[in-house]
Design a protein around this ligand. Structure first.
Ligand SMILES: [Zn+2]
Length: 330
């Protein structure tokens, strides 16, 4: 039967329990039988997102328009899987900490499922970002202080209410995996896939998905130069002090699954690169000029692709860049 297990000591845990990580400190992975599926009773009208071929500065690439999900970002894939499973298990209230797309996705799916949703975020979060979460009537808990203070507050709340974390809860990756299956259906296994990464929810999802299919594209991970812990650890190279970045959706200072992220990139014979804010904003504008409106963070992957293939490449290669969030978001 589907359950969690610790990636460090292999102890089993039930999905519906309040433990969000192992008592040994290890992170959970999901165990499921080969034919075991999540029963989907909650839907907001998920779509197979379009994939379109475009030429960007002479490079032919596929853009996967993953912002065309119900709440406007790819995070719906994860929230769909988590909330459907929790609904089946009879969970009626969750807590989650995200001021961005994951918070909106959980709030939306909880509204559809009739599950009470509490989103914790730093007091300093811009009102624009809270607007969408409020529309879904989630309870917004503003925590004074830094992002770290929010993290402390959520861990306290998680002692009594189910923590539907998009980082700790492996059901989330079970959902983001579907991105890999869809790309396969649309164009087969690509040669390269360029993904932005903060906590690695998309990276780990596509890695698990392609791994199940038996062949991996080379995964090129893009981080902001202003906040690049995964790049630094992978390259054993410092990029200096962490600073705020325009690509705020991937500005995660301490990604919990950093070792898994590096393992995925290494296994795929991929690479990790960093991009500057100016390149990210330029990439967003470039797509806007083509009629494609993405949020700034999503520009990071496009900027990364342009940088990684700056010397050109064999045009027979299939390169996919998923676009994570809609431009109307902010
Ligand atoms: Zn353990």
């Amino acid at each position: 039967m589907m359950h969690f297990y610790c990636s460090r000591c292999e102890k089993d845990y039930p999905i519906e329990g309040l433990d969000y990580q192992c008592e040994c400190g290890g992170l959970f992975q999901l165990y499921k039988e080969e034919d075991e599926k999540i029963t989907a009773t909650v839907s907001l009208g998920e779509v197979k997102t379009p994939i379109i071929k475009r030429i960007l500065q002479g490079r032919e690439i596929y853009l996967k328009l993953d912002y065309m999900q119900p709440t406007g970002s790819f995070k719906d894939r994860g929230a769909f899987a988590v909330i459907n499973k929790l609904k089946e298990l009879g969970i009626n209230e969750i807590v989650e900490d995200s001021s961005g797309n994951a918070g909106a996705a959980f709030a939306g799916y909880c509204a559809a499922a009739g599950i009470k949703c509490n989103i914790y975020l730093p007091e300093s979060t811009s009102p624009g970002k809270i607007k969408q979460i409020n529309a879904y009537k989630a309870n917004v808990v503003k925590v004074p202080g830094t992002r770290d203070d929010t993290a402390k507050a959520i861990l306290k709340a998680a002692k009594t209410t189910y923590y539907a974390s998009h980082v700790y809860n492996p059901l989330f990756f079970e959902g983001t995996k579907s991105l890999a299956f869809e790309i396969y259906e649309q164009i087969g296994i690509p040669d390269y896939i360029v993904v932005p990464a903060g906590n690695g929810t998309m990276l780990l999802g596509i890695y698990k998905g392609f791994k199940e299919m038996g062949r991996l594209p080379r995964i090129i991970v893009v981080q902001s130069r202003n906040c690049a812990p995964v790049f630094s650890k992978f390259k054993n190279q410092s990029v200096g002090e962490m600073k705020p970045t325009a690509a705020e959706g991937i500005a995660i200072q301490e990604p919990k699954r950093i070792d898994e992220m590096i393992e995925a990139v290494t296994d795929s014979k991929g690479d990790i690169i960093v991009v500057d804010d100016v390149e990210v904003i330029k990439a967003q504008e470039m797509l806007g000029e083509m009629g494609i409106y993405i949020e700034v963070t999503s520009g990071a992957a496009v900027a990364g692709m342009l940088q990684y293939f700056k010397d050109g490449y064999d045009n027979k290669l299939n390169i996919v860049v998923p676009l994570t969030g809609m431009g109307l978001k902010k």
